[in-house]
Ligand binder design. Structure first.
Ligand SMILES: Cc1cc2nc3c(=O)[nH]c(=O)nc-3n(C[C@H](O)[C@H](O)[C@H](O)COP(=O)(O)O)c2cc1C
Length: 446
């Protein structure tokens, strides 16, 4: 079969546009509603999306005035969605900076068991001092240190997931043995950040490891992705930048000794869909009118590490912004935004208009055929293995995509007409990690 597209739905209450909650159609309490999330997950599943995804941070993420900011804990929410769906993958974000590996390894193994092999983990290192201050720290650990911790975190988590052999549980009523002790082992990890004995208190889950997803784009972020990530979310505003990122990450994965096809690259796209181009542009313009600039300017100033007073709405960005090297938060996002503003000579007002749609992701306004054409173009020109679909408005933007764009992609033979596999790994064409307990014990016996 020809190479197939992968589609992930990035769930975000009323939509990715920051003003989406103000539209007449929107439920401003959707962020806390199980029914609203269930609806989105089911529509995505009917359209045969590979997965749904929830972003997260252990901090109040935006000014509570700006948009619905209350965030349900993602693995809990996905456990509830597991009960209301049967095929679609369920990807939750969790931080390696503000969790312990034992807790998280257990949580994702639990989600994988409960969902029948549909769990994925978006691994983040969490930018920002405000999150650090929720965990007894005065400031965030250095960017480099956060990635070093993330690396050891993954080492521990994967050892824990491998601490039970696939054949450990025999549930033998006759002999009275439930699981074979020689097929469960401690991990005895001793490292710079963690000391963990193991084993995990759960048998190996259907996927063995949840799908490992990552989204950092700095040097350290890309090195981490090349080593660990099986799917990569990324914000790339143009085709050329997407192609450069794609080639770079595939090369790094090969250099790390991995099969580049086992790193699925999913740039974000914010589709704003209309029956005609004019209708799509009208929705775009309405959303832009509804942006409250005071909040958007404050967020921009925070990302760029400048005083908000210095960002005049109808002026370009100041020339003397702190360089990327001085940013300890999200380095790559800062650079993307600054490059964009300078290249297109945008005023602050124009810049926040664009960021309102996609926060740096590619916004695409057009008809269903135009959206499908763009996706196909990226897919067949070395820029993407699929897309992270981020509708500007939910649920209507998902309905439009599922009902109008997906059938075009299916007709063109680019996207599955039905699920072929059972697990999230199978949807993405990724292998299940082999059990390692057996070989280690045999090695020890020799
Ligand atoms: C689609 C997408 C989703 C992301 N979701 C989260 C998230 O849920 N939580 C988070 O802390 N960071 C999230 N990030 C940010 C990245 O993890 C990372 O911090 C950011 O891209 C900056 O990368 P860098 O620190 O390597 O420069 C996301 C990024 C992208 C592109």
């Amino acid at each position: 079969m020809s190479r197939q597209l992968h589609l992930n739905l990035f769930l975000h209450d009323t939509g990715h546009h920051e003003a989406s909650w103000r539209l007449p159609e929107s439920d401003p309490h959707a962020n806390l509603s199980l029914a609203a999330h269930q609806h989105l997950a089911r529509v995505a599943e009917d359209a045969k999306f590979d997965s749904v995804f929830l972003a997260d941070s252990p901090v109040l993420w935006s000014d509570p005035g700006r948009r619905p900011s209350g965030k349900l804990e993602p693995t809990l929410l996905l456990a509830a969605l597991a009960a209301g769906t049967s095929r679609i993958g369920l990807i939750a974000t969790a931080s390696t900076s503000y969790n312990e590996p034992y807790n998280l390894a257990r949580r994702f193994a639990s989600l994988d068991h409960l969902s029948g092999g549909r769990a994925g983990w978006n691994i983040v290192t969490t930018a920002g001092a405000d999150a650090a201050r929720n965990f007894g720290l005065d400031d965030q650990p250095l960017h480099r240190t956060r990635y070093e911790r993330a690396d050891e975190f993954l080492e521990v988590a994967t050892k824990l997931w491998d601490s039970w052999a696939d054949d450990a549980v025999v549930a033998d009523k006759e002999s009275g043995i439930h699981a074979r002790g020689d097929r469960v082992r401690t991990i005895d990890h001793r490292g710079a950040f963690f000391r963990v004995d193991g084993p995990l208190n759960l048998p190996r889950s259907p996927q063995a490891h949840p799908l490992l997803v990552q989204a950092g784009s700095s040097e350290d972020g890309k090195e981490f992705a090349a080593k660990w990530a099986e799917a990569v979310f990324t914000a790339q505003p143009t085709l050329a930048e997407s192609q450069a990122f794609y080639a770079d990450l595939k090369r790094r994965a090969a250099a790390a000794g991995r099969d580049p096809d086992h790193v699925v690259i999913l740039p974000g796209i914010v589709p704003v869909i209309g029956d005609t181009e004019a209708e799509a542009r009208e929705l775009d313009a309405e959303l832009e009118r509804l942006i409250a600039p005071q909040y958007a300017v404050a967020t921009l100033a925070h990302t760029l590490r400048v005083d908000p007073e210095r960002l005049a709405l109808d002026e370009p960005l100041p020339d003397d912004l702190p360089p990327e090297e001085e940013i300890e938060g999200a380095k790559s996002r800062r650079t993307l935004i600054v490059d964009w503003a300078r290249r297109d000579n945008l005023t602050v007002r124009q810049l926040i208009g664009r960021l309102g749609g996609g926060r740096g992701h590619r916004t695409f306004t057009g008809t269903p055929v135009q959206v499908a054409d763009t996706i196909q173009h990226y897919f067949s020109h070395g820029a993407a293995d699929g897309f992270n679909i981020m509708p500007a408005v939910l649920p209507s933007g998902l309905h439009a995509f599922a009902e109008r764009v997906v059938p075009i992609l299916q007709e063109r033979g680019l996207f599955r007409a039905d699920y072929e596999g059972a697990t999230l790994r199978e949807h993405y064409g990724l292998p299940r990690p082999a059990s390692t307990v057996h070989s280690v014990l045999e090695g020890a016996a020799r």
